[in-house]
Ligand binder design. Structure first.
Ligand code: CU
Length: 151
């Protein structure tokens, strides 16, 4: 019966990995004209976001508007892009060519982003299209309220 033990262990390992993969979702955000759809994407920690239809667009996190210690990003112009989000909180990002046209989006990881005050404070440092970034932050807060997550 000794041969069963490693076989069982392997089976358990495969099952565990399978479960991990099954739990990590990928959420798609589409670039549509000069909008990100959905403007606010809700994901769980460990999930990924895939930006599609990116011809003429990029996705770039805005300084100070991601959780402390989280990894920022700046995708290549015109290319589909995937980013995995492990740290809970809100991530505000823009399309560099179209931020003035309001092409700003938010990824919210987890149910209660703890960095909303930091995002409000960082708005003071936004040089370009501050009103459009502010609009996306408002929409995120509205979305959180309608989800019942606002504290
Ligand atoms: Cu764009």
């Amino acid at each position: 019966m000794w041969i069963f033990k490693p076989a069982m262990t392997l089976a358990a390992l495969v099952l565990a990995i399978g479960t991990m993969v099954a739990h990590a979702d990928e959420v798609v955000v589409r670039a549509v004209v000069t909008n990100f759809d959905p403007l606010v994407a809700f994901v769980k920690p460990g999930d990924s976001v895939r930006w599609t239809n990116m011809t003429g667009h990029d996705s770039a996190s805005i300084e100070g508007m991601i959780p402390e210690g989280a990894q920022g990003w700046h995708s290549k112009l015109g290319e589909e892009f995937v980013q995995t989000f492990d740290k809970e909180g809100a991530y505000v990002y823009k399309c560099t060519p179209h931020v003035s046209a309001g092409m700003v989006g938010v990824v919210v990881v987890g149910d209660k982003p703890g960095n909303l005050e930091a995002i409000d404070a960082a708005l003071e440092n936004v040089q370009e299209a501050k009103n459009m970034v502010a609009r996306a932050i408002r929409k995120m807060k509205q979305a959180l309220e309608s989800k019942g997550s606002a504290s």
